[in-house]
Design a protein around this ligand. Sequence first.
Ligand SMILES: [Mg+2]
Length: 169
Amino acid sequence: MSLVPTHMVESVYWLIPERLKDHGVRLVLADLDNTLTPYEEALPSSALRAWKEELEQNGVTLFVVSNSRKSRRCPDFCEALGVSYVRHAGKPGTRGFREALAKTGVPAESALMVGDQIFTDIWGANRAGITSVLVKPISWGKNPFRRVRYAIETPFRLLSMHRSFPYGP
Ligand SMILES: [Mg+2]
């Protein structure tokens, strides 16, 4: 079922770079807002920078696939973190995912997508044939719609719950 995440964890930091490498993952595609960083943060945290470095040391590329409509948000953040990106990705369409795979030359089977939203990140990745990992949104912020959407997504979270997670510690 294309709305059910392949895996579900607390945050991106549950993806252990060495485990990813062991399982043949060479590319981690990631949503930006509320997955890698809170909406209100303009720059990457030190934890995120460290995780990205560790991914690189294990031969895994981090690549942002974002729907962000703010003009400089995605480019500024990604340049500060030192990662490539596709913005206006049109998730849950598959165009952004295909573009990211083409740019990196990594086949879908060797990629993962991590994101906080079922109806964009997870649905799009599943349609593109990419293993999908759902994380909890980092913060609720001031937008009440985020809580409503989270509630609507609940059945799909439940369907994913029993699945074991091969990339953890
Ligand atoms: Mg998001």
